[in-house]
Every structure is written in C-alpha cells, then in structure tokens.
Design a protein around this ligand. Structure first.
Ligand code: HPA
Ligand code: ZN
Length: 370
C-alpha cells in the first residue's frame, strides 16, 4: 500500500485502515481493556492545529454563514478530496480549507468544537496552534482570531472543565516580514497567548529565518517551539539549530533526531519534550532503508515523548484517544510506557509547576484506581 492509498483510506473511514510501514491492515486495538483505560485517562494535547480540526461539516456551515460557495457537492465529496502524500500536498488542502474562517464567531466555533471533542475524550489540558498569517492575508483581524478563540477557551473551561492555551505559529514559507507583522499584531493580545511556534513547509525555510521573531517573542514572555517535520531536507541540521541556536522549549515532531546520538544527548540534557503525531509523521521512510517507527525509536532513545493528533479533521477524524490507542499497537508500547507518555504530557505543560502537579496527581490517582 502506498502513501496515497493510506491517506485515501484515512479520509474514507475511521474504522480499520492500514498504517504506513506496517505492511498491511492493522486490526483495531486487540486489548479492549487497554483502550478503555486510555479513553478514561486524564490527558493533554500539545500538537493540534486549530485549523486542522476544521471538520468538513463545519466548513459547509461556516461557508453558508459567510455567503461562500464551496466546490464540493457534499461532506463526502469534500472528505474524498483529502488526498495527499507529503507535507506540501497536505498543506495545499489544509490552507484551502481554512478560507471559510472569516469572523470572530467562526474562530469561536472552531475552537469550541475542538475543545468539546477533546474534553469528551478526557483531555483536561490542551495547547493549540493557529496560523494567523493565512487569515491576515485574507483581511481577517487579529482581534477576531484571538478574540474568538479566547472566548471559546473561557467557555470550554467554564462549561466542560477543559483548560487550554494558545500558540501562535509562524507560517515558515511566508516572508520573515509577514511573520514579524503577525507577531506585532498579536503582541497587544499577548496575555491570551502562551507561546509561538513554527509550522508549514520546511523546505528552504530553515528555523534561523525566524531568529529575531523568536527572540522578540521570548522578550515578551512567550515560550517557543518549532516544527521539525520528519524526513525533511536538512532535517538534522534544522533540529540542531532549534536545539542549540534558537534554544526552543519544545520540538514538534522531531523524529529524525534518533538518527543522531549527539543531538539525542543534547535534547536529553536540555529536558526537551517532543510532540509526536504518529498519524501523520509516525514513520521515518525517506531517510531510512527500512522504515523506522518514530514513537518506538524515540522511546528506545530515552526521549520525552508526548502524543498528539496534529490535524485530525484531515486525518480520518482521529482525535487523541484514537491516536494513542493506535500508538500502543503500532509502536508496541507497554502499559508503563503509555503511562510515562501521559505523565510527560503534563510535565511538558507551559503552566506553573503547581498546576502541573495537580494534573499529574489526577493522572496518578486514575492509574492507581484502574
Ligand atoms: N507540519 C507542518 N505544518 C503544519 C502541520 C504539520 O504537522 N500541520 C499544519 N501545518
Ligand atoms: Zn503540526
């Protein structure tokens, strides 16, 4: 099965499908008790793009509200178009889809729907990305983006008990000036942000392009993370840059690090957490003769792994529970490893230590009672 077939399968069904690198169909989790344990477990999520949670149904609803026509007959036809085979072909679909986000209530609805879904899966804390440059270029005001998302965060915490924070991502294939303009437009709302990140197409857009942006963000009290998508050109060079030059607080994806014992040692010494998304980036294949399972290899290297859903609306509508359940099978995780990953998920939080400890205590109590 090639990558295209895999993605087509993901778009078409949320039931059994084949995963890359496993050489065939993967059965649903063979241990229902473990699946139930995962579903009930207090969880976190750190690598989820809000625009990547924009489900086809909501796209139609927002298009209607905003008087837009979409070039798809129905939800099924739209989902059937979600066919991609690498990062650029994914991004083309993802950016096209987010054009329906125009006004403050659109961002509210998007964020609230994600938080409700996450809360229903016992996610008690999430840090979510958004890509403002893509919206600014269509004339959307930063106040409407951050305002809508912040309002949804408040309502979701009050009504559903899920706590969350927001990370502004620089879209790395736009100009450095455009990223700086986005940061400047966001700084008046910095109390509603916890950090900045770096996403989109890495080819030709190395992390040092954003050195000044990261420095300015830090000077404004924001944390810093960066995507190092798997199997990108110059991936180890870019991982080194984010670790030793930009000195990020976290790395998103970053699976190729297992190919460099030196970089692994640096990440461990710095206590770096990785936000791994096995649905999209679970296998090293371009840079390895034999495909390597990213989560397994990172766990074996002793790295601090967390697991997230990335862009679930484009990845078979699989949210974090499904992703974790599959990870257990696909990466052959023991129960102890699963719990270690869940604990990492609270230790990695950009929250005061007392809040982290309270969340860890909830997890520990759950595990003890299970
Ligand atoms: N990588 C890079 N850019 C992205 C991603 C990703 O996983 N998701 C949305 N934009
Ligand atoms: Zn991502």
């Amino acid at each position: 099965m090639d990558r295209r077939d895999f993605i087509r399968g993901l778009a078409a069904t949320t039931a059994i499908f084949a995963l890359p690198g496993r050489g065939g169909a993967v059965a649903p989790v063979s241990d229902p008790a473990l699946a139930a344990f995962i579903r009930g477990m207090p969880k976190s999520e750190y690598h989820v793009h809000l625009e990547g949670t924009l489900e086809a149904e909501m796209k139609f609803a927002l298009a209607k509200r905003n008087g837009m026509n979409l070039p798809f007959a129905d939800v099924a036809a739209m989902k059937a178009s979600y066919i991609y085979h690498d990062l650029p072909s994914f991004l083309a679909i993802y950016y096209d889809g987010m054009k329906v986000l125009q006004k403050e209530p659109d961002f509210y609805d998007l964020a609230y729907a994600y938080l409700a879904k996450a809360a229903s899966q016992n996610v008690i804390y999430a840090e979510m990305f958004f890509d403002p440059q893509e919206h600014l270029k269509r004339g959307v005001a930063m106040a409407d983006m951050i305002g809508g998302i912040t309002r949804a965060r408040g309502d979701a915490e009050a009504k559903l008990g899920i706590r969350s924070q927001l990370i502004l991502c620089f879209v790395r294939d736009h100009s450095a000036q455009s990223a700086m303009a986005a940061l400047d437009a966001a700084l008046p709302f910095k109390a509603d942000l916890v950090g900045v990140g770096l996403d989109s197409d890495e080819a030709g857009n190395p992390p040092e392009k954003f050195r000044e942006h990261f420095a300015k963000a830090r000077a404004n009290g924001l944390k810093v993370t960066a995507h190092c998508d798997v199997d990108q050109t110059d991936t180890l060079r870019n991982i080194r840059t984010v670790l030793t030059d930009l000195k990020v607080d976290r790395i998103d994806h970053g699976g190729n690090i297992v190919q460099s014992p030196e970089l692994v040692a640096i990440a461990k010494a710095r206590g770096i957490y990785f936000t791994v998304c096995p649905t999209f980036s679970g296998t090293l294949r371009r840079t390895e003769k034999v495909p390597v399972d990213v989560v397994r290899a990172m766990m074996d290297a002793g790295l601090k792994v967390t697991i997230s859903s990335d862009d679930p609306a484009y990845m078979g509508s699989e949210y974090v529970d499904d992703v974790l359940i599959r990870a257990v099978e696909r990466s052959q995780l023991t129960r102890a490893e699963l719990i270690a990953i869940a604990r990492n998920g609270f230790e990695a939080a950009w929250l005061p230590e007392t809040d982290q400890s309270a969340m860890l205590a909830r997890l520990d109590a759950y595990v003890k009672a299970a």
